[in-house]
Write a protein of this length. Structure first.
Ligand code: PMP
Length: 312
C-alpha cells in the first residue's frame, strides 16, 4: 500500500484528488457502452537505486493516444505533459513497491442512445495501485485454447486498448479458470493463434522465436516489442513474426506469454499437452531473467526505457 497514513490521490480531469472526491455520473456513456480506453503501465522499485522506474512510459502513452483517437477522444494534453502528470502522481503517492499505473479515458456524457462519438464529452482518470506478480512467473502456467474467438479488427480493433473489447477477454479468461486452467489463448477469425487474455504469445521451435504478426488481431504489446529486442539484440536469436496454427503449439519446444502485467510468464501446458518436457525452457528462462533485470535498470544500454521517479 502507499504510505498508509496518506490518502492515495488520483488524477481526474486536471486535478489531483482523493478517491472519495471523484464523482463519475451513473449515466456516463462508458459505463453503459464500454466507450473507454486505457493503458496498463508498470513502475518497478529498485532496491539498488532506491527509486521507482516507470517502464516505457512514453510508448504506453503513444498507444493510449492511438486508442483515444479510435474513440474520438481528444485529450487536452500532449503525450509529454501526460507523462509528466503521471510522474507527479507517482511522487504524490510514493511508496517503495512495484506499482501499476492505469490511465483511463472515457466518454462521460450522460447520453442515452447517442452513438456519435465526437459529440460526446470525455474524462481522464489516472490512478496507481501496488501490484506484485500477476501470473505465476516462477512455476509457469497451464493454458487452454479458448472457445471464444479474439474480437476481430473490424469489429472492435484489438490493437487499441478499448474497454468494451475486454468483455471478450473476460469471457475467455472466465472459461479458462472455470475449467481449471490459469490462462486462455484465443484464436483469431482464421483459427490462428492471436493472444492471451492480457498477454502476447511466443513459442520457440528449433531455436527460432515465433510470435503472431500484428495483423492477426493482437494488441501490439510493448512487452512484445521489448522481448523481440531482447531476443535479437541480447541473445542473438532469430525472431519470426508469422501466423501460427493451433496444433503447432502442441509441438513447440517452449511457450511463454508476455505483457506489462504478466511480464514474461512461461507456459508449461496447453490443452493438457505438456510444452516440451513440461518444465520451463532454457531460452524462456534467459529472456525472463533479462527482462526483469532490464525493468530494474540492470541491463546497460536500456535506461532509455526507464523514467526515474524519486520520492520528493
Ligand atoms: N494483449 C492484450 C489483450 C492485453 O490486454 C495486453 C496488456 N496490455 C497485452 C497483450 C500486452 O501488452 P503490453 O505488453 O503492452 O502490456
Amino acid at each position: 500500500m502507499p504510505n498508509n497514513t496518506k490518502k492515495r490521490l488520483m488524477f481526474f480531469n486536471g486535478k489531483f484528488l482523493p478517491e472519495d472526491e471523484i464523482k463519475i455520473p451513473p449515466t456516463a456513456h462508458a459505463l453503459h457502452y464500454g466507450t473507454a480506453c486505457f493503458e496498463g503501465i508498470r513502475a518497478y522499485y529498485s532496491e539498488k537505486d532506491k527509486n521507482l522506474f516507470v517502464f516505457r512510459l512514453e510508448d504506453h502513452y503513444k498507444r493510449f493516444f492511438y486508442s483515444c483517437k479510435t474513440l474520438f477522444i481528444k485529450l487536452p494534453y500532449s503525450s509529454k505533459k501526460i507523462a509528466e502528470l503521471t510522474v507527479e502522481l507517482l511522487q504524490k503517492n510514493y511508496s517503495e513497491t512495484d506499482i501499476y499505473i492505469r490511465p483511463l479515458a472515457f466518454k462521460s456524457d450522460p447520453a442515452v442512445g447517442n452513438f456519435n462519438l465526437p459529440t460526446l464529452e470525455s474524462s481522464l482518470l489516472i490512478y496507481t495501485v501496488p501490484l506484485g506478480r500477476y501470473l505465476n512467473t516462477e512455476k509457469g502456467i497451464k493454458a487452454n485454447i479458448s472457445s471464444w474467438m479474439r474480437v476481430p479488427d473490424n469489429a472492435i480493433p484489438p490493437r487499441g486498448k478499448i474497454a468494451g473489447a475486454y468483455v471478450n477477454t473476460a469471457l475467455a479468461k472466465t472459461e479458462s479458470l472455470q475449467n481449471g486452467f490459469d490462462e486462455c489463448i484465443m484464436l483469431d477469425r482464421f483459427g490462428h493463434i492471436a493472444e492471451g487474455s492480457a498477454e502476447n504469445f511466443f513459442m520457440i521451435k528449433n531455436g527460432v522465436v515465433i510470435t503472431p504478426p500484428m495483423y492477426d488481431d493482437i494488441l501490439v504489446g510493448i512487452t512484445r516489442g521489448t522481448v523481440i529486442l531482447v531476443c535479437e539484440k541480447e541473445l542473438g536469436l532469430k525472431v519470426v513474426e508469422r501466423s501460427i496454427a493451433r496444433a503447432e503449439v502442441y509441438s513447440a519446444d517452449e511457450v511463454f506469454v508476455v505483457g506489462t502485467g504478466a511480464e514474461v510468464t512461461p507456459v508449461v501446458e496447453i490443452d493438457k499437452h505438456e510444452v516440451g518436457d513440461g518444465k520451463i525452457g532454457p531460452i524462456t528462462a534467459k529472456i525472463k531473467e533479462l527482462y526483469f533485470k532490464m525493468v530494474h535498470n540492470e541491463v546497460p544500454g536500456y535506461s532509455k526505457f526507464l523514467t526515474k521517479v524519486s520520492s520528493k
